[in-house]
Ligand binder design. Structure first.
Ligand code: ADP
Ligand code: MG
Ligand code: ZN
Length: 469
């Protein structure tokens, strides 16, 4: 069959195709169109199905009674890494496509080789395809972080999908890893690796391999500094789960979270420490974020959030400084910028503090981005503390949502947060009165300080804080 090449302009952000160049895409991105040569027929996908041998469409053509579907088809593969299993929703689902994204050097390959080693020892053949590194480099990492023999772990340093498909047919792996999607390509397409056409083609091939063979497939993807996928967003729509691996390269803490998961919640996080011998799971997660609080200065406040199925204590840091020119800056790391503006507005109104000519910076220590509004009160108290130059007692924890009128609203799971605070050695928790009233079993070591409003909480903070001498 003669291949008919065609040229289209493809938005690298969302994958939208246009016959002519456009300055602005329908997704809102500017200058995101790149000219790509695309074959009219989706060759890559059909080729992937052909070569992977077991065509998913053939297999699933006949409807099956729900009661006859064995649960093993939805069975989970234990990765041997509890924190990874947790974020996945209880291990890897057979036939699923999972993407892990993160900045270069954060530890994606390390995490995956550790899981690959475990699965190769417990389940069977694992194929690790790398378009990034040589087989020797991967072997060195495996020797460093996995230990012991790796007889069923196969490494293939290859960029071209045709060769990958041959290896899959030969090895019949029980788990497949592609590191990374931006470095592999299908020679059925002329566009460059990492472009929308290539990523879509490779994604389709991997999808049919995973579904057709009923094995989990893991895809590594790079993101740029700004957190965007360097390649197109389109992979996110194709895969069953998207995991983000974050952390500061200068620090050892690494946080794994699901931003999409068809087989579990997206609120679970996994925590690791990067060590010479690989990624170690962190059991006492709360402690990791509070290390600096003992010597805390103005602007540091402890708070707690409920992430997934467990409570987590956090440190909020705030800094205020005179505005140089023009508008005062509000810089939020780890919390929503609009939320910070609202909290500052309420704080100004209710505490009489003026921040109009002050830059305000707020940071959640450890690179976390907790969801929800439980941290509102601690953010407000941290900004207040920074601006007043008043130290907040480090054994006091602040939780509560702030309403526009300055009232404090109850938080979910308050009892679990208070218990975690007690476990971590805090002696006081300032919390919304309505949350305090609902608590049943308060540990004896904790004193609850109920507050009805932000002003109420600030006057408590004021009476307990220490002015720097
Ligand atoms: N010999 C080593 N000893 C200790 N840590 C190492 C060593 N080599 C690499 N690392 C750690 O591994 C990180 C790279 O991990 P890697 O899994 O390759 O990241 P990614 O795949 O996300 O780019 C480095 O930033 C470093 O922290
Ligand atoms: Mg890597
Ligand atoms: Zn677009």
């Amino acid at each position: 069959m003669a291949k008919k090449a065609d040229t289209v302009f493809v938005c690298q952000e969302c994958g939208y195709e246009s016959p002519r160049w456009m300055g602005k895409c329908i997704c809102g991105a500017w200058n995101s169109f790149v000219e790509e040569k695309v074959h009219k027929e989706t060759e890559g996908a059909s080729r992937g199905r052909r070569q992977s041998g077991r065509d998913s469409s053939a297999k699933s053509a006949a409807p099956v009674r729900a009661s006859e579907i064995t649960s093993s088809q939805a069975g989970r593969v234990d990765t041997g890494i509890g924190e990874l299993n947790r974020v996945l929703g209880g291990g890897l689902v057979q036939g699923s496509l999972v993407m892990i994204s993160g900045e270069p050097g954060i530890g994606k390959s390390t995490l995956i080789i550790q899981a690959a080693a475990h699965i190769s020892r417990t389940v069977g053949t694992v194929l690790y395809v790398s378009g990034e590194e040589s087989a020797e480099q991967i072997k060195m990492r495996a020797d460093r972080v996995c230990g012991g023999p790796l007889d069923d772990l196969y490494i293939l340093a290859e960029n071209e999908m045709g060769a990958v498909l041959e290896a899959i047919d030969r090895l019949d792996p029980k788990f497949l890893i592609i590191d990374s999607i931006q470095t592999v390509y299908s020679d059925e397409f002329e566009s460059a690796p990492g472009s929308v056409s290539q990523v879509r083609a490779v994604g389709n091939i991997l999808l049919s391999i995973g579904k057709g063979r009923g094995i989990p497939v893991f895809i590594v993807a790079h993101v740029t500094k700004s957190g965007e996928l360097a390649g197109p967003r389109i992979v996110e729509h194709m895969v069953d789960a998207v995991l983000q691996f974050n952390g500061e390269r200068s620090q050892d803490l690494r946080i794994l979270r699901a931003v999409k998961n068809r087989f579990g919640t997206t609120s679970e996080i996994g925590a690791f420490e990067m060590r010479e011998e690989g990624l170690a799971e962190i059991d006492n997660l709360s402690g990791s974020f509070l290390e600096g609080l003992d010597e805390s200065s103005e602007g540091a406040v402890a708070t707690a959030v409920y992430e997934g199925t467990r409570p987590l204590l956090l440190e909020i840091q705030a800094l205020t400084a005179a505005t140089n020119i023009g508008f005062a800056r509000r810089t939020a790391i780890g919390i929503n910028a609009n939320r910070l503006s609202m909290i500052i507005a309420v704080l100004e109104k209710k505490s009489g503090m003026t921040l109009i000519n002050r830059d305000v910076y707020v940071n959640i220590v450890g690179g976390l981005h907790p969801e929800g509004t439980t941290t509102d009160l601690a953010v407000a108290v941290a900004v207040w503390s920074a601006e007043k130059g008043v130290r907040i007692s480090p054994d006091t924890l602040y939780i509560g949502e702030i309403g526009l009128t300055g009232d404090l609203r109850p938080v979910m799971n308050a009892e679990k947060l208070v218990k975690e605070a007690a476990r971590m050695g805090f002696s006081r928790v300032v919390l919304p009165k309505r949350s305090a009233e609902r608590l049943q079993n308060v540990p004896g070591s904790i004193k609850l300080i109920p507050a009805t409003s932000l002003a109420d909480a600030i006057s408590t903070a004021s009476s307990q804080s220490q002015h720097r001498g």
